[in-house]
Write a protein that binds this ligand. Structure first.
Ligand SMILES: C[S@@+](CC[C@H](N)C(=O)[O-])C[C@H]1O[C@@H](n2cnc3c(N)ncnc32)[C@H](O)[C@@H]1O
Length: 299
């Protein structure tokens, strides 16, 4: 690639990505080159005929090599936009998805019924903190508990919380749902915080059926954390545990807002019993992907 102009380098790498079966080859090439040159995509076209320097070529070649192996663009850039906010991401966290923006939108609608009264939210499986931080930014009277089973993911979530200046309203816990490490101060604090109850519990849990993991796109299957994807045999293992273990921390007037895979809302409705009333909300393609669960009257 040495001596190539920006335009030639873009064309060559886009062709390479195409041959390697990478998603959106041209866009990947533009985003990665813009990242290496610390500019934006528009400026690449303004400098289209400029030759790359040797140092730029080396840095871009390395990016192209990694992308060619399937590494997602978001991990290579170290960032992803979500709900119009810039999030840091690394390989310890799921890359936030556009469909999860629907979950945030629905959670905000549920929370906005409370207008200016203080509200409490628990984000289970916070990952990069995309949901927790977006809610904290858009709902200034919300106090948020964000938990994850992965300590590394929590470090990333904490950095995103600091980046968006909501650290004072988001509290992080390393826990398997409501269970932190026994005998620790964290366990004691988590127990106290959970006992206060929540107006809204949100989660985008792992919900891919174990048997389907191997059929996922290479970018997801080989690079995103397994713990963020694998939901057990029918994909609903963690979801069922959320209802059983976390549901009891919901205030009587509260709601759980969860993201699910396609077709799972129906299966779940048949499993969780009549103490819950479920509503479904659709993603941008009209598929039932978000559920709002409220405590119903036990018959
Ligand atoms: C699908 S990712 C969602 C990440 C982020 N909330 C988002 O929407 O982009 C699921 C997250 O749940 C976490 N997780 C998986 N099992 C868990 C459990 N039993 N308790 C807490 N977190 C869990 C994973 O580590 C992962 O970060």
């Amino acid at each position: 690639m040495a001596g190539l102009t920006l335009g030639e380098a873009l064309q060559k790498s886009a062709n390479f990505f195409d041959q390697r079966g990478c998603e959106s080859p041209r866009l990947s090439a533009e985003l990665l080159l813009a990242h290496v040159l610390q500019t934006d995509r528009l400026h690449l076209y303004m400098e289209y005929s400029r030759p790359l320097t040797e140092r730029e070529t080396d840095a871009y070649r390395e990016m192209v090599r990694r992308r060619g192996q399937g590494e997602p663009v978001a991990y290579l850039l170290g960032r992803k936009e979500f709900f119009s906010l810039d999030f840091e991401v690394d390989s310890s966290v799921l890359i936030p998805r556009p469909e999860t923006e629907v979950l945030v939108q629905v959670a905000l609608e549920v929370l906005n019924i409370r207008e200016s009264a203080p509200v409490t939210v628990w984000d289970i499986g916070t990952g990069s903190g995309a949901i927790a931080v977006s809610l904290a930014v858009h709902k200034r009277n919300a106090r948020i508990v964000a938990s994850d089973i992965s300590p590394k993911a929590l470090e990333c979530a904490r950095r995103n919380s600091a980046r968006h200046e909501v650290l004072d309203r988001v509290q992080f816990f390393c826990a398997d749902l409501d269970q932190s490490t026994p005998g620790t101060e964290e366990e004691e604090t988590l127990r106290r915080v959970l006992a206060d109850g929540f107006d809204v519990i949100v989660s985008n849990p792992p919900y891919v059926r174990s048997g389907e993991i191997e059929t996922l796109q290479r970018e997801i299957r080989d690079w995103e954390p397994r713990a963020a994807l694998d939901g057990g045999k029918d994909g609903l293992d963690v979801v069922r545990r959320i209802f059983a273990q976390a549901g009891r921390y919901l205030r009587p007037t509260g709601a759980m807002v969860l993201e699910l895979g396609e077709g799972q809302a129906k299966a779940l409705t048949e499993q969780i019993g009549r103490e819950w009333v479920l509503e479904t909300r659709q993603d941008f393609s009209g598929r039932d992907r978000v559920i709002v669960a409220r405590i119903g009257s036990v018959v």
